[in-house]
Design a protein. Structure first.
Ligand code: FAD
Ligand code: MLT
Ligand code: ZN
Length: 481
């Protein structure tokens, strides 16, 4: 087996036999494994529909013990596996490349404990992020992360990618918010690091090995997470601006004026918002200009006093207007309006797929070169087949998502983009992945954001945790030549 587009060969793994299937049937029962090729299809394809694996077996364990038994067997038989949660990952880390066995975590979805006073939630890895959010709201808490995929992504998938999202600006990333983890190693051993204390400095912090390692070092089965109080007041400002320079000035003003209540600061260029308007039929709430604005910002505040927060946000917007930073804006705290505004931003990822094939880049850049990359790419690729080259993202975290869409995959467009964009980002002292991870797509470029000594240590850890390399092969670390 060779993946033609990716020019790579299958690793030296065993091929699934009938005896293997019988073993898993006896372990899980026939209704918790899938062998039908049609039913396997959705597990084989990634969300952006860019990589297709050929797995013929999906396992659905319901407990840590079952995950452990599956991995122990696979390790002994040298069967490669691909851990999968909501399959919303954007770097093809969650789908098989060849015939790896998919271990789907969807059925491990129990909430185990909610400590209201300490604000600590303990749950199985297969809980849907939105379900956790809804559950916590009933006790006045919230999840410290929020992202457009919340209706489908599972907390174990989020932890395994160290997902960022639209609240990172306020609450920080999962390396800080995850207190403890239970995970299963490749050989089936269970690592109980399910700490629930906020402070616990007793030696190595092993949980970090599993946060962001994209299923290459173990399968996360349980998570304990620090949850902030649910804010009583949420206000949103949606702004239209004429230039990126004014976006930066407005961001600076927002930091100064909104201080501790600022909970999100997102930006979109015109072509990004067009995805929601033209591809998804949503409405732009800013109507003063028929032809819209060059840039948009979504600024959210969360706090405990509605009138106080409202006053602060209005005063910030007034200052932005009087300084001539913004062309138009709307403020709201009505739930439906807030949700509609957020949808304009959060559905870009889904809507752009209607253009055809999308090259997605998820990069960190210093503010001095944040939007420059979009301009550079537009200059480099002036090709009539290109539908759009656009930039949007988590401005407050220095993370821009660049999307280049074309009707279908063209090799020559791909060649103009890569390695160019990754080398460009590296020259600007940025990161080739701000939040989506390396997955299958960026293994060749890891050295542009990690030193050779770091990469050596990563190979060493992989060898120690998974000596037979059965866990999510072809992902994160390229095969050593
Ligand atoms: P999957 O996609 O199934 O898996 C992701 C990776 O983790 C894979 O490598 C997989 O093998 C591994 N994995 C999954 N579960 C486990 C486990 N239990 N143990 C070990 N390894 C495991 N990402 C952001 O960071 N910020 C965003 O704002 C954001 N917005 C998004 C919006 C949309 C509409 C979409 C489609 C995606 C978005 N993403 C975002 C990317 C993606 O949703 C996140 O990375 C998410 O955390 C993945 O969760 P998942 O459950 O779908 O995991
Ligand atoms: C986002 O912020 O919308 C995401 O990370 C998803 C994407 O880049 O498509
Ligand atoms: Zn994002």
């Amino acid at each position: 087996l060779t993946s033609i587009r990716y020019k790579m060969r299958r690793g030296p793994y065993a091929t699934i036999t009938n005896a293997d299937v019988r073993f898993f049937e006896s372990l899980l029962g026939s209704n918790r494994l899938i062998t039908d090729p049609d039913e396997c299809e959705s597990y084989n394809i990634d969300f952006p529909r860019t990589v297709r694996g050929a797995s013929r077996l999906v396992l659905k364990p319901k407990s840590t013990e079952e995950v452990s038994a599956c991995l122990k067997y696979c390790n002994e038989k040298r069967l490669a596996v691909c851990p999968q949660s909501g399959n919303t990952g954007l770097v093809s880390g969650s789908n098989p490349v060849f015939d790896e066995i998919v271990i789907s975590m969807k059925l491990m979805n129990k909430i185990l404990d909610t400590n209201e006073l300490a604000g600590v939630l303990t749950c199985e890895a297969g809980c849907v992020l939105q379900d956790l959010e809804n559950h916590l709201a009933t006790v006045g808490l919230m999840m410290p992360l929020d992202l457009g995929a919340k209706g489908s992504c599972l907390i174990g998938g989020c932890v395994s990618t160290n997902a960022g999202g639209v609240r990172l600006l306020r609450y920080g990333n999962l390396h800080g918010n995850v207190l403890g983890i239970e995970a299963v190693k490749a050989n089936g051993d269970v690592v109980d690091a399910l700490n629930v204390l906020k402070k616990n400095n007793t030696g190595y912090h092993l949980k970090h090995l599993f946060i962001g390692s994209e299923g290459t070092l173990g399968i996360v089965t349980k998570v304990a997470i620090q949850c902030p109080p649910l804010p009583k007041a949420v206000n949103v400002a949606f702004l239209g601006l004429a230039s990126f320079d004014k976006v930066m000035k407005t961001y600076h003003l927002a930091r100064r004026e909104l201080g501790e209540i600022l909970s999100s600061c997102e930006m979109m260029d015109r072509l990004s918002l067009d995805v929601s308007i033209n591809n998804l039929g949503m409405k732009n709430p800013l109507t003063s200009r028929k032809d819209g604005h060059e840039f948009y910002m979504l600024i959210e505040t969360s706090g405990s006093h509605l009138a106080h927060d409202e006053e602060k946000l209005s005063s910030f917007v007034e200052k932005a207007i009087s300084n001539d930073f913004i062309e138009d804006g709307t403020l709201t705290n009505e739930t439906t309006k807030v949700e509609n505004i957020w949808s304009l931003r959060e559905r870009i990822s889904e809507g752009v797929l209607r253009d055809g094939y999308v090259f997605k880049y998820d990069i960190s850049l210093p503010f001095s070169s944040f939007y420059e990359v979009v301009k550079v790419l537009r200059k480099r690729i002036s090709d009539p087949r290109v539908v759009r080259i656009s930039g949007y993202g988590h401005l407050g975290d220095g993370n821009i998502h660049v999307q280049i869409s074309i009707p279908e995959y063209y090799e020559d467009v791909a060649a103009q983009l890569e390695p160019f964009i990754f080398e460009y980002v590296s020259q600007c002292q940025g990161s080739i992945s701000a939040e989506h991870g390396i997955g299958f797509k960026k293994t060749k470029y890891l050295h542009l954001s990690k030193s050779s000594s770091e990469i050596e240590m990563m190979y060493g850890l992989k060898k120690m945790m998974d000596p037979n390399g059965i866990l999510n092969p072809y992902k994160v670390l390229a095969e050593k030549s």
